[in-house]
Design a protein around this ligand. Structure first.
Ligand code: FAD
Length: 314
């Protein structure tokens, strides 16, 4: 049984999300990766080290990759049981195009995938309040998009995979779209999606100025700063800070929620944190229901004391 994983190159290496998928896919069957990017020995090693047996490498150069990637994949994956994608923009674009080419459905937002005769995908709806199991009864391959952090990227010491170059397939006008520029958002400290500790602010901070103490606290803890959609919509922080259903899914060791009510759309993005600490002046705030440690108090009093306490230790 072969399971394919789509992997887009990011900074010269397979995306972190695709390594999560490869780690899961190796528990389902033999893993073939469709890799889009310039490719390198380090990239092949990383994919092999997470369980890929073979890599099919397409370098689209300056051409927007989705069209050619979907066209090439359609010719390759006909014998696969499942094709797995992450939730990145290119992933979703390729998944949709592949589905249209093969005449197969796409099951999205997967949190788990199993193969037992047919492919079954576990997901959640209504802001994570209801679990859903979807069995794909269409002809294979099943096309599945999974949520970030649904699986853990775990090296298994696998050997370097076989690498086969893939020729650019004709995808009509889609092949004429060129990438003109790429913008990498600059940020200090650890990236939100990978951070081990996250300090996150909500509307309870009162204004954009409240994020100054979030940044200071994060600096002392080596943490990343996140926020709710309410503070993003208010323009206090950029969208890249947003944690939740329509933002990032995070799984840090520690998540410190400051002035955050705990709306279900926020919780679905951070409930996987190992330890949740909440600071909220409302003792009935829903966030306390899933917190390991709750502080009922004003963030403008509690957080400065926390900062002072941490500074006193250094
Ligand atoms: C389709 C959809 C998608 C959404 N996606 C997301 C998403 O991805 N992420 C997300 O976060 N939200 C999302 N939302 C919005 C979500 O429903 C909530 O509106 C939002 O999470 C609330 O943000 P908040 O906790 O900052 O604000 P509020 O709900 O207003 O809570 C503020 C909290 O701060 C506390 N507080 C006030 N002052 C203080 C103080 N001085 N000290 C301590 N505590 C104080 C209050 O008691 C309150 O609990 C989505 C909504 C919809 C409909």
């Amino acid at each position: 049984m072969s399971v394919w994983v789509f992997s887009e190159e990011v900074n010269g290496l397979p995306s972190g999300g695709s390594l999560e998928l490869v780690s899961k896919a190796r528990t389902l069957g033999e893993v073939a990766v469709f890799y889009v990017g310039s490719g390198s020995a380090a990239a092949w090693e990383a994919l092999g080290n997470h369980g890929a047996s073979s890599v099919h490498h397409l370098d689209t150069g300056d051409v927007l990759p989705s069209g050619p990637a979907a066209a090439a994949m359609a010719d390759l994956v006909s014998d696969a049981t499942a094709v797995m994608f992450g939730i990145g923009n290119t992933d979703r674009d390729v998944a949709g195009r592949l589905a249209a080419r093969l005449g197969r459905p796409v099951v999205s937002n997967g949190l788990d995938v199993s193969i037992d005769g047919s492919v079954t995908v576990a997901s959640e709806i209504l802001g994570g309040t209801l679990g859903v199991t979807t069995e794909v009864t269409a002809d294979s391959p099943a096309i599945v998009i999974t949520r970030p952090k649904a699986f853990v990227a775990e090296p298994n010491g696998g050997a370097t995979p076989t690498v086969s170059p893939v020729a650019m397939a004709d995808s009509g006008r889609a092949s004429t779209a060129l990438v003109q520029e790429k913008h990498v958002e600059e940020s200090e400290g650890p990236a939100l999606g990978d951070a081990d500790v996250i300090v996150s602010g909500g509307r309870g901070l009162g204004s954009a100025d409240g994020f100054e103490m979030m940044n200071e606290l994060a600096g002392l803890l080596g943490a990343a700063v996140g926020g709710t959609r309410a503070v993003v919509d208010a323009g206090w922080v950029p969208y890249s800070y947003q944690v939740g259903q329509t933002g990032k899914t995070v799984k840090p060791s520690v998540y410190i929620a400051c002035g955050i009510s705990g709306a279900m759309q926020h919780i679905v993005g951070m409930k996987g944190a190992s330890t949740i600490i909440a600071i909220n002046k409302d003792p009935d705030a829903p966030i306390f229901a899933l917190s390991d440690l709750g502080v009922v108090g004003d963030v403008h009093k509690v957080v400065p004391q926390l900062i002072a306490g941490l500074k006193a230790r250094t």
